[in-house]
Design a protein around this ligand. Structure first.
Ligand SMILES: Cc1cc2nc3c(=O)[nH]c(=O)nc-3n(C[C@H](O)[C@H](O)[C@H](O)COP(=O)(O)O)c2cc1C
Length: 417
């Protein structure tokens, strides 16, 4: 199976005048954050940007990349570089994709659709969140290669109803997020005033008035064209409305989920099954034993257990036990060089969250395509400078563990004294 989008072809949807102005000064994925901070009301931006408690995991997700350096090669004729890759038996144009993000259609107008269409056009995977506001059926009709991520409902029968629904919708790859057995402490959301469902208040109104471009271009436009958004895909039925004075969203009831439940899902789901949110090698081994097709090593972008290590630190041990099971990874990836470091350590693909959310927010589908193009260009340039033409040439010995190098030098200097 493969996408029709040709590998490495420049993609591009025409942005509106406002979107082009916003995108004109975005030169790398990290630039999207400042633009989104200006565009979005504080609680909404805070929801996307924030992480759990002291944000230790969030910081480690970026810090880890500085601990690896490259040992690049020269004079190797790198004129025929290709970024294409095979993942779960499917050919993709790049070794990265869009991670699942709940309520993306609140940050950007029809945000999930913008991300899914941009990914489909570019030939990269996009994972629709179970906590999304657009029906999975509509997304699959527009972008038939989209993957679906589920937060499992509490009751087994409801889990199976959801699985049957997404299968009927045409989903071929089901991702189950398993790092969310309990609700994390995201006090940062409370500080910035974010809550789901959103509660109408003077503060919310004021935030809206002071960010007119989001209020008119995303919020009011959504209500005008599609009515009140609901959590459409948490279960087989439509869930709570996004804006409500008294409805509550039920995040509880997942504490009891275990590998036995997973076995039942594996028996029921005939497509590719991926588990997201693992770090421990024993869990990776368990996933393999349960017939899972792939895992995504992840600390949820630092949004779950604060202090959980960067998945990059978990990758080498995970590779030792994964065998032929695909090991994917997310959390903190922003640069082509970050992606290359993970692939060199054995990852099959990398997923990226926040920057694509910001991109859809400020630039719609064209914004997401701009983000994909930026990362693709970095990746192609990095491959050339590294001295490779295929991603399969990446090997762990192209990386130097700078932390270990420094430690051994200090040790040598100590013994010489
Ligand atoms: C706004 C937001 C919403 C998210 N919602 C979900 C979700 O619904 N399901 C899920 O499995 N992960 C969710 N995540 C986690 C991402 O899938 C991913 O693991 C994380 O964003 C990767 O880190 P990065 O943002 O640093 O790239 C969310 C992340 C963000 C930023």
């Amino acid at each position: 199976m493969s996408y029709s989008a040709p590998a490495n072809k420049k993609i591009g949807q025409q942005p509106s005048f406002m979107q082009s102005r916003r995108l004109a000064r975005i030169y790398c994925l990290e630039d999207f954050e400042a633009a989104a901070r200006r565009h979005l009301p504080k609680p909404i931006f805070g929801y996307v940007a924030g992480a759990a408690e002291n944000e230790a995991s969030y910081r480690d997700n970026r810090a880890v990349f500085d601990e690896f350096g490259f040992m690049n090669r020269v004079l190797r004729n790198v004129s025929e570089r290709k970024t294409s890759t095979t993942l779960l038996g499917q050919r993709y144009s790049a070794p990265f994709g869009i991670a699942p993000m709940g309520i993306s259609s609140l940050t950007g107008y029809r945000g999930d659709l913008a991300q899914a269409r941009a990914a489909e056009t570019a030939g990269i995977p996009m994972i629709l969140s179970g906590s999304s506001l657009i029906r999975v059926e509509e997304i699959m009709a527009a972008a038939p290669n989209t993957w679906f991520q589920a937060y499992l409902p509490a009751e087994e029968s409801k889990i199976y109803d959801l699985i049957d629904r997404v299968e009927t919708a045409g989903v071929k790859t089901l991702v189950i997020t398993v790092d969310s057995a309990v609700v994390p402490n995201r006090e940062n959301n409370l500080r910035s005033g974010f809550k789901t469902p959103l509660q109408p208040s003077f503060k919310l109104l004021w935030d809206g008035l002071t960010h007119p471009s989001w209020s008119v271009g995303t919020f009011l436009r959504t209500f005008a064209h599609h009515g009140m958004p609901h959590f459409e895909n948490n279960s087989a039925e439509c869930g709570a409305a996004i804006l409500s004075r008294n409805a509550s969203r039920d995040f509880s009831g997942r504490e009891h989920l275990d590998w036995k439940v997973l076995s039942g899902i594996r028996r029921r789901w005939k497509g590719d099954l991926v588990l997201k949110g693992l770090l421990h090698p024993d869990d990776v081994a368990m996933a393999k034993r349960h017939g899972v097709d792939g895992v995504i090593l992840s600390n949820h972008g630092g949004r779950q257990l604060d202090g959980a290590i960067s998945p990059m630190r978990a990758l080498p041990k995970a590779m030792e036990v994964a065998g032929d099971m695909s090991v994917m990874i997310d959390s903190g990836f922003r640069r082509g060089t970050d992606v290359i470091k993970a692939l060199a350590l054995g990852a099959s693909s990398v997923f990226i969250g926040r920057p694509f959310n910001y991109a859809a927010s400020i630039g719609g589908q064209a914004g997401v395509e701009h983000a994909i193009n930026l990362l693709l260009s970095e990746l192609r340039a990095d491959m050339g400078m590294l001295g490779i033409v295929r991603l399969t040439e990446l090997e762990p010995d192209m990386l130097v563990d700078l932390y270990k190098l420094k430690a051994s030098r200090t040790h040598q200097q100590g013994s010489a004294r």
